[in-house]
Design a protein around this ligand. Structure first.
Ligand code: FRU
Length: 447
């Protein structure tokens, strides 16, 4: 039975068969969200990269379609982005039939950046020639955006420079076909993976700023990011090397172009080991999250929250009353059992040293003194905000996605649950805490 395998995420997209890694070409076009993805149709390991394709009308329920891009004489199909060419600046469609344009890297042979266009969102036609030539071997992952003030398209691509220096190169264009180099930003070197692979670049208003302002965000594949200004040609970082997620199981996140509600919605590759027991598929996407920028005591920070559409998966709601938690209190989650869940707990730690949440055998620990969240040996600094910690936890067969510190921290953890264990618990140690509020939802499958 397709989509019923023991390690098939039930609230996450994964391909029917084969391997996936990065989400590609995230775009809203003609009434559908499109999710293309790095895809090996022939096996459960990385290789033979194609662009797989799925569509959704609500970001939650996905329908897998035919493969969009096949390897060709220039190379295999590595990651990239997509835009809707509303003004038909490329000439690949018309104002009535606006073209959808995909940018990809033809990797492993030519390392050129190619373009494929479509006017039906189903059939994709590559152009004869690459649109951006090889810069250095291994350059990859073109992401294109429209920059309204300069009325230009902007392409950002990852380049490995001499000395294993990671860099993001910027180009501009008026027709999406001929591109002019304008500037570059340097990241880390070698194993320092700041601004390494899969650039993402967007502007967001800053919430909580004293005057109305917006900033540009540049990220690499590990989600480490810089915040700064952009004049259409040059990105000038002001704050650098911030982390918005813990980094082990989440990679190559991208945001949707042309999102109809003006939101900045992100999906990342959730590295989940789903190929056990002869399963015919491997890896999956994260849940979609909505991004914003917020001025905090620590500086301007990227904030993630689950998209509102996920609420459609809730089957029921249990509200927990505000209560005092002591080290000897009964388990406040004893009455809850569900394979798929969304749990929101707001806790004021007061005198407690540690907070222990157990999700179906997975231990989630919050250490109050150093404000650290520890899950499956992954640690993240998760500050208390106004003396409280609110944790939102999405539970699927392949692990949890945890939002902490009002969305400043996002922690997707791969953990293949024991199917028989449906127990949840909440305990404190070292002193008393207050459970301010709690909501527990059973979720239904998207399949
Ligand atoms: C990131 C990445 C990209 C590349 C793709 C190949 O995970 O290495 O840089 O385009 O995967 O599958």
């Amino acid at each position: 039975h397709v989509y019923a395998e023991p390690h098939r995420g039930q609230i996450h997209f994964s391909p029917k068969r084969g391997w996936t890694n990065d989400p590609n070409g995230l775009v809203y076009y003609n009434g559908e969200y499109h999710l293309f993805f790095q895809h090996n149709p022939y096996g459960v390991n990385w290789g033979n990269m194609h662009w797989g394709h799925a569509v959704s009308t609500d970001l939650v329920h996905w329908k897998e379609l035919a493969i969009a891009l096949y390897p060709d004489e220039l190379g295999t199909m590595f990651s990239g982005g997509a835009v809707v060419d509303t003004k038909n600046s490329s000439g690949f469609g018309s104002l009535q039939k606006v073209p959808l344009i995909l940018f990809y890297t033809a990797a492993e042979k030519s390392w050129t950046q190619g373009l494929a266009h479509s006017t039906d969102g189903r059939n994709f036609q590559k152009t004869d020639k690459p649109v951006v030539d090889k810069i250095t071997a291994g350059n990859r992952d073109p992401k294109v955006i429209w920059h309204e003030p300069s009325k230009r398209w902007v392409l950002v691509v990852y380049v490995t420079e001499e000395g294993d220096q990671h860099a993001m190169h910027f180009f501009t264009s008026t027709d999406l076909k001929s591109w002019t180099f304008t500037s570059k930003v340097l990241g880390g070197q070698g194993n320092d993976r700041y601004l390494f692979e899969c650039p993402e670049f967007f502007e967001l208003p800053v919430e909580g700023a004293t005057k109305k302002e917006s900033k540009w965000v540049l990220t690499g594949a590990n989600s480490q990011y810089a915040i700064g200004t952009f004049d259409g040609k040059t990105f000038r970082p002001e704050e650098e090397r911030m982390y918005s997620q813990q980094g082990r199981d989440y990679y190559a996140a991208q945001t949707f172009s042309d999102e109809p509600n003006g939101r900045r919605v992100e999906i990342g590759w959730w590295r989940t080991n789903t190929h056990q027991n002869g399963s015919a598929f491997n890896q999956s996407m994260s849940i979609p999250t909505e991004l914003s920028l917020r001025k905090t005591a620590r500086g301007t920070r990227l904030i993630r929250k689950p998209v509102v559409e996920l609420e459609a998966l809730r089957v029921d709601a249990q509200q927990l009353q505000s209560s005092n938690l002591t080290p000897t209190s009964a388990n406040a989650l004893a009455a809850f059992d569900s394979e798929l869940a969304e749990i929101k707990l707001r806790i004021k730690p007061k005198d407690a040293h540690t907070i222990h949440i157990n999700v179906r055998g997975l231990h989630i620990l919050y250490q109050v003194a150093d404000q650290e969240l520890v899950v499956d040996n992954v640690r993240a600094h998760a500050p208390l905000i106004n003396g409280e910690q609110e944790l939102t936890i999405f539970v699927d067969r392949t692990g949890v996605e945890i939002f902490a510190s009002e969305g400043e921290v996002f922690m997707p953890i791969n953990y293949n649950f024991d199917q028989k264990n449906m127990r949840y618990s909440l305990h404190v140690a070292g002193g008393a805490a207050t459970l301010v509020s709690g909501q527990l939802h059973t979720l239904k499958s998207i399949w």
